[in-house]
Design a protein. Structure first.
Length: 530
């Protein structure tokens, strides 16, 4: 997902190439929005000089810690449920059942549609559904139907015993995370529950380490979508852009999704708005933030510094307020030049190619860097620190890419849901190892234990087909008037609530007296547990 050219060193760490230039990441949909990283609420007049005295010392005033006690029995499933709790499960169950009823009562529904066999999903059934989704990432097949085949090439009893194919596909079709009946101008309304839940949950259970990295990734999506993006340097070039704040080892702390040029964080200074939004609750605590040249600028560095937050990263030389000496200097290989103003350092270094960088934490001193082949090279200290701390989003994406769960036929908001499930799994794994340094485990083993807990062994296989019409369903009345038209009957619930003129052709044949009920609202009220 994240660009493979984030590291100043060559991605293969070869001895003869130490710098791969950053890709120019722009969107075909909104290039003006994302190309301007500078947000200038005030006038900046930096006076640049070679004097380093202006750099500030900012202590880290927080502690990298769990904010909650170790969950349950300290098993992988306990850590997964810490981040994917019963509140989120019940919200998804409620919205899925609500949406399924809307589909069931659709006038365009075909008589042989699977939805005619719908019964309300339960929290336990949703856990089973999620377990099967995770296992589909462990054992990758091109077609969903293949997981239920019994031939010698495909035979997965663990899937067949847990849930029938039709039931899985029904839940996959109806799974929902928002009430469609509520009008909203929020383009992310369908996934707002997931994004807000993830951010709130991570804030509640964990405080990250001092060093943080911020980068964007892509959720693959090639269909029609207003806020679909194209970024040339990504593994998935077309898709939904996700901005993530991560620790260097890959734990995601906070995220937000780009929703178009008129979204909440869009417009002038878009990149700066994203940075300040993702750092909400972390500013003024002495964090060191690492970003690439898509975000960095002198105004943003000054703003972060005023809120006791360092920033370090690569820089585009066409940004405003940069020192002319640094911008225009001609360097030989190995040479570097730097200037300082208001606690900000801007520098340029010539290796195989020229790279510009900015830092409010480090001076432009040289440091020894060791690559994978144990070859030592001298590089500017800000670049060494950037390379060491800027891989958080890449590492998070790398872990998720090992067990891909997406399928081409999914709608965009379901792909976001699958992406969020994967992020929760990775974060649960990282938190487990953070709390169990002496007994840490591999991501593969952690993931399998979670799947095993979500898909426990059954004594008897689940029925292949669900019972027909297992829940009370509305049907049209059989009564007709003299002209052969269906007779409209007063709704039982509307009548009880004083709306005497409300009539409907739907009745519940399973209830005593076959009461007439409006399909939306009244059906749910009448059948609600009393």
């Amino acid at each position: 997902m994240a660009s493979t050219s984030r590291n100043i060193d060559n991605v293969n760490n070869s001895d003869d190439s130490d710098f791969v230039p950053e890709s120019d990441e722009t969107s075909v949909e909104d290039s003006s929005d994302i190309s301007d990283a500078e947000d200038e609420p005030r006038v900046y007049n930096p006076v640049w000089s070679p004097n380093t005295a202006g750099l500030r010392q900012i202590p880290f005033t927080e502690e990298n810690r769990l904010k909650v006690s170790i969950p349950g029995n300290n098993k992988p499933i306990d850590w997964f449920y810490l981040l994917f709790d019963i509140i989120l499960l019940e919200n998804i169950v409620r919205e899925t059942n609500r949406y399924a009823r809307l589909v069931y009562f659709s006038p365009t529904l075909m008589p042989k549609s699977r939805i005619n066999n719908w019964r309300d999903v339960t929290t336990q059934e949703l856990k089973t559904f999620i377990g099967i989704l995770f296992h589909m990432g462990t054992v990758r097949l091109n077609r969903i139907n293949d997981y239920w085949k019994t031939g010698r090439f495909f035979n997965f009893p663990v899937v067949r015993e847990q849930m029938s194919r039709d039931r899985f596909l029904l839940i996959l079709r109806c799974i929902h995370f928002a009430d469609n009946s509520k009008a909203s101008n929020d383009r992310l309304m369908k996934v707002r529950l997931l994004v807000d839940y993830f951010n709130a949950k991570m804030d509640a259970v964990y405080y990250p380490c001092r060093e943080l990295s911020l980068d964007e990734g892509m959720i693959l999506w090639r269909g029609r979508l207003f806020f679909r993006q194209y970024i040339k340097g990504k593994r998935h070039k077309y898709g939904i852009k996700v901005y993530s704040l991560c620790e260097p080892h890959g734990l995601a702390v906070r995220l937000t999704i780009y929703s178009g040029s008129d979204g909440e964080l869009s417009g002038h200074g878009h990149a700066s708005k994203v940075v300040l939004h993702l750092m909400r609750g972390k500013l003024s605590n002495g964090h060191a933030l690492f970003m690439d040249n898509y975000y960095n600028s002198f105004p943003l560095a000054s703003e972060l510094l005023s809120q006791k937050t360092y920033c370090t990263g690569t820089l585009r030389l066409d940004r405003k307020h940069l020192p002319e000496d640094v911008k225009n200097s001609k360097l030989k290989k190995g040479e570097t030049i730097a200037a300082y103003a208001q606690g900000v350092m801007v520098a340029k270094w010539k290796d195989r190619r020229v790279v510009a960088y900015i830092s409010t934490e480090f001076k432009n001193t040289m440091a020894i860097s060791v690559n994978r082949r144990q070859v030592q090279r001298e590089k500017p200290l800000p670049i060494v620190q950037y390379n060491a701390n800027m891989k958080g989003v890449d590492r998070n994406d790398q872990l998720m890419s090992y067990y891909p769960m997406e399928h081409k036929s999914l709608r965009w908001y379901k792909k976001v849901f699958v992406h969020m499930l994967q992020m929760i799994m990775v974060n649960a794994y990282k938190l487990h190892n953070f709390a169990n340094l002496d007994t840490s485990m591999s991501f593969y083993d952690f993931r399998l234990e979670v799947i095993a807990a979500l898909l426990p062994e059954r004594e008897q296989p689940a029925p292949v087909r669900p019972p027909k019409n297992p829940m009370h369903v509305l049907s049209k009345t059989y009564k007709r008037d003299a002209k052969g038209n269906l007779v409209r009957i007063r709704c039982r619930v509307c009548l009880q609530e004083g709306r005497k003129d409300s009539k409907t052709v739907y009745i519940c044949a399973q209830c005593p007296g076959e009461p007439a009920l409006c399909p939306i609202g009244c059906y749910e009220k009448y059948h609600a547990p009393k």
